[in-house]
Design a protein around this ligand. Structure first.
Ligand SMILES: [Zn+2]
Ligand SMILES: [Zn+2]
Length: 455
């Protein structure tokens, strides 16, 4: 069974651990409220807020024991019902006596089973739990089948690998390093020298990345991902290769255009030639397709490289719904009277919990989304001059795509190494001189309390 994922907003998993483990002599407790999203077999719980009891809320506590006052739990649950927007209770407690190998005790089993029964009988809310040792965690969700409560394995996921903690239930991969990581003969031996073996191990063994759009930008992005060691990609694009794409799609050739091959298949085959051990799944469909949801829900990053407002809107919506961090890349070339007047691109990093998204940053035009979603409306809007027509052939060059694709994957790798404190928006501009600089203005100007990314 797919482990349930408990996803924390940026910074929250580390804050929770720091706060609860600050007292090394006594067990500590927190009550989290979350929102559950299910897609096929995949279940994601986004942690929405955290509550920490005051000393007086504990009935008793010691190194290997804690009991909360009943009123505290009732009051929090009443507050939860009043709050709305959450449907899951996650209880977290520490085992400060354990330096590693966090595991639920027999007492925990009995307490949680009883609490789950009570919760489902009275409030119809979902329930999950986490236990923290001093260096790892164990997690589970509770599910009721008929009249019986069953634990289901769960994983806690921070937004970034830098903030992640090991799961005590997971087989330690250290004993059997992937062949790609072999320091003498491995495909990633030289990459490991640059990024470090620990970083590459996470990239190889623990990451699923979705690339939305595998045109000129997305195909170059996917190639950079595989060269960087990512071993599990989902490629999403419904388009076919055309001769006019061949100036920029990495992995596509004249034969692909002649046979109208799907872009995702041409790119997947290219990635497999580079690293046959990497798993690249081709999804010849649009991001709107609900059949993608189970795969997307389990991704660790969404990399967005499409050029329609509708697909960008939908991808951002999914990122927020499942609590997945997003990197969005885009390019722009403007030509007037035969001369390039602008050649630029930008990379936006929007992790869940950063409280910024493509909507409040002004990167999605609602009229364009409407026009692209509804063909008839689009024609009407175009007629009235609100949006440009749909069949405009945009200028495109490989060099700009290659630069932005590399910069996007650099930005992603930074989320593993922490080498640079990158701003949410990085701009590449190739006008008077090529230069890369942060855009501090757009985040500062964005309206606060965005409907999409604030809660
Ligand atoms: Zn316990
Ligand atoms: Zn927003």
């Amino acid at each position: 069974m797919t482990p349930l994922r408990i996803r924390f907003p940026q910074g929250e998993f580390a804050r929770l651990r720091d706060r609860l483990l600050a007292d090394p002599g006594r067990e500590s407790f927190a009550l989290l409220f979350g929102q559950r999203e299910a897609a096929g077999d995949a279940v994601v719980i986004r942690v929405i807020d955290s509550h920490f009891p005051q000393p007086a809320d504990y009935e008793s506590r010691s190194l290997a024991h804690l009991r909360l006052r009943r009123e505290y739990v009732y009051d929090r649950l009443v507050a939860m019902q009043a709050r709305g927007g959450v449907d899951t209770v996650i209880d977290v407690h520490t085992h400060p006596f354990a330096s590693r190998g966090a595991a639920f005790s027999g007492q925990d089993d009995a307490d949680e089973r009883a609490f789950h029964r009570w919760l489902t009988d009275t409030l119809e809310v979902h329930y999950a739990s986490l236990v923290l040792s001093r260096s790892d965690y164990a997690a589970r969700g509770w599910e009721r089948v008929g009249d019986v409560s069953h634990p289901r394995p769960a994983r806690a996921r921070a937004q970034t690998a830098l903030e992640q903690w090991p799961c005590a239930d997971e087989a330690r991969p250290a004993q059997s390093p992937a062949a790609a990581l072999d320091p003498e003969t491995g495909f990633l031996a030289r990459g490991a020298l640059a990024l470090g073996l620990d970083v590459l191990r996470q990239i190889v063994e623990d990451q699923r990345i979705a690339v939305i759009g595998v045109g000129g930008l997305g195909s170059a992005l996917a190639e950079n991902l595989v060269h960087s060691g990512f071993h599990h990609l989902h490629l999403i694009d419904h388009d076919q290769v055309e001769t006019t794409n061949l100036n920029r799609i990495v992995g596509a050739g004249a034969e692909d255009a002649r046979h109208h091959r799907l872009k995702v298949e041409a790119v997947r085959d290219h990635l497999l030639r580079i690293n046959p051990a990497a798993r690249s799944e081709a999804h010849p469909t649009t991001i709107e397709d609900p059949s993608l949801l189970p795969a997307l829900a389990q991704c660790d990053w969404l990399l967005l490289a499409t050029d329609t407002h509708a697909s960008r809107f939908r991808t951002q919506e999914l990122a927020l719904r499942f609590g997945i961090p997003l990197i969005s890349a885009g390019v722009n070339i403007q030509v007037a009277e035969g001369r390039i007047t602008d050649m630029s691109g930008e990379i936006i990093t929007a992790r869940w919990g950063d409280r910024l998204c493509l909507n409040c940053l002004g990167r999605i035009a609602p009229t364009q989304v409407a026009a692209e979603t509804m063909a008839e409306l689009g024609a009407e809007l175009a007629r009235r001059g609100y949006v440009s027509g749909q069949t405009v052939k945009e200028p495109a060059v490989k060099t700009l795509n290659a630069l932005l694709a590399a910069l996007s994957v650099e930005t992603l790798l930074n989320q593993f190494t922490g080498r640079q404190e990158l701003p949410p928006i990085l701009v590449y501009e190739n006008n008077r001189l090529p230069r890369i600089f942060p855009d501090h203005e757009s985040p500062a100007r964005r309206p606060k309390g965005c409907f999409h990314c604030s809660w």
